[in-house]
Design a protein around this ligand. Structure first.
Ligand SMILES: Cc1ncc(COP(=O)(O)O)c(C=O)c1O
Length: 467
């Protein structure tokens, strides 16, 4: 149910048309240096008005009052502008954007992206279920993933997914068996490990280098394809790759595309397959700190002109569409000085946003409301940490930021991707609420978990003990 004042409000079309590439840069957040500035795109989707940060037309304190903290807040305009920028960049060629559900599988966000024209990229039966619940049809779905079970493959076939991106020869055999059992022929893309070296901020988000667990080794593809042709219930329709995540430059995509095209030529030359789809995966970078974001026009300039006639290009972006359209709102519980350090202890923890702990990721953090005297009312070098019983439970270490006190609200930026999706119940912490804003309206699109939710699936009374 939408809350708030009225539709759209005074933010209007200007927000919707923000070019993705304008989601700008931020000064370095070096300890002891100046307080980092906010990038331009954030100022548009999360403007600071009268000293208080808003999401589109809704002041964040209003959302905290209605939904409590910690709470994820997403901007409809932010997601829409990113989607449109990417879609427009590729308008010269047949293409489809298959949003990578793993980045943020919230049903309201899936429905928003569907309304914009997106399909989805899924990696599990659970994500298929989410996509179908958000009214996607099977034809809107491509199914990736290195460890699909026979049950999940059966579910995907029953839903009529557009493509199963097969990641090994053994998987092809299982797809063939399941398809034959279901009396259908499965459309397949072979996921190629293009063996392209990429520069990513963390090794965990490289996926297309030699030795990664994903896909089929580049030089094995022709033989695997030939053997797949002998299977009666699979049909090879495409090739797929995913290089990794948070890739700003175009060179890896150019190289990867060349490798896919080379394989296309080999498979066409010996009559193994006439391909209809080339899927270049996701991985487009966003700005968290001062780093470059991916430029959709530059990416299109290296990929679109080499697309063979009759082939549809697929893209699987996750982070690019949602990361900077979401923030995590949290309240300061304590300000504690110990061992020569100042700790800001918040009601959100690594259970709500794992990225700093898991990937050493940077997220910009600011007080929601400027203190009396303005943003220059004082800064401090602090660790921003959560309540979880782990020393790895932090959002920022030795960070200079505007000083805050218990009771203050903090906004943690760039939290729309791999935020709620990676949340857990560790320390028996209920997962937070999620709110979607549209102009001056907002709605709680995921209710905060209750204590009862934490034990809902447990069965404590064992007959042999309690009888
Ligand atoms: C197969 C596949 N496609 C797409 C994505 C989305 O990546 P990103 O969020 O960086 O765009 C991932 C992420 O891991 C992936 O594994």
């Amino acid at each position: 149910m939408w809350q708030g004042r009225d539709s759209r409000g005074d933010v209007g079309e200007g927000v919707l048309s923000v070019a993705a590439s304008s989601l700008g840069r931020e000064a370095s957040a070096s300890p002891g240096g100046s307080v980092p500035k906010r990038p331009a795109g954030t100022d548009t989707v999360f403007p600071r008005m009268g000293g208080t940060v808003q999401c589109e037309g809704v002041p964040l304190p209003e959302i905290a009052a209605a939904a409590g903290t910690p709470v994820y807040v997403y901007s409809t305009a932010g997601i829409t502008s990113q989607y449109r920028a990417l879609d427009t960049a590729f308008s010269a060629v047949p293409h489809r954007i298959h949003y990578s559900v793993k980045a943020n599988g919230n049903l309201a966000i899936l429905r928003l992206l569907r309304s914009l024209g997106a399909g989805v990229d899924i990696v599990s039966g659970g994500e298929l279920y989410r996509a179908l619940r958000a009214n996607y049809s099977g034809r809107d779905v491509v199914f990736s993933g290195v460890g699909k079970t026979a049950t999940e493959i059966g579910e995907a076939l029953a839903a009529g997914v557009r493509l199963i991106n097969a990641e090994s020869e053994a998987e092809l055999t299982i797809v063939n068996d399941e398809a034959s059992r279901a009396g259908v022929v499965a459309d397949i893309a072979l996921r190629v490990n293009p063996e392209v070296t990429v520069s990513t901020p963390h090794p965990y988000i490289k996926t297309g280098e030699r030795g990664n667990k994903f896909g089929i080794a580049y030089d094995e593809i022709p033989d695997v394809a030939r053997r797949a042709n002998r299977l009666s219930s699979v049909r090879i329709r495409g090739l797929d790759m995913h290089l990794g995540s948070q890739i700003a430059g175009t060179e890896p995509y150019r190289e990867g595309m060349q490798r896919l095209l080379e394989l296309c030529r080999i498979l066409a030359a010996d009559g193994t397959a006439q391909l209809e789809y080339l899927d270049v995966g996701g991985g487009l970078a966003v700005t968290y700190e001062g780093e470059d974001a991916a430029d959709p026009a530059a990416l299109a300039a290296v990929v679109a002109p080499v697309l063979p006639p009759g082939v549809t290009l697929l893209l699987e972006p996750g982070r690019y569409l949602v990361a900077n359209a979401g923030v995590l709102l949290t309240r300061v519980l304590f300000r504690k000085r110990t061992g020569g350090k100042t700790y800001i202890i918040t009601d959100a923890g690594m259970t709500d946003l794992l990225r700093p702990s898991h990937y050493s990721a940077y997220h910009r953090i600011e007080p929601v409301s400027a203190r009396v005297g303005g943003q220059d009312g004082g800064s401090a070098v602090v660790d921003v940490v959560g309540p979880v019983c782990e020393s790895g439970d932090f959002f920022a270490l030795d960070r200079r930021m505007d000083d805050v006190q218990p009771g203050d609200l903090l906004v943690i930026y760039s939290a729309g991707a791999y935020g709620f999706a990676m949340a857990s119940n560790y320390n028996a912490r209920p997962r937070p609420a999620e709110v979607l804003v549209d102009g001056r309206r907002f709605a709680v699109v995921t209710t905060r978990e209750s204590y009862e939710d934490l034990v809902r699936h447990e069965q404590p009374a064992l007959a042999w003990r309690d009888a």
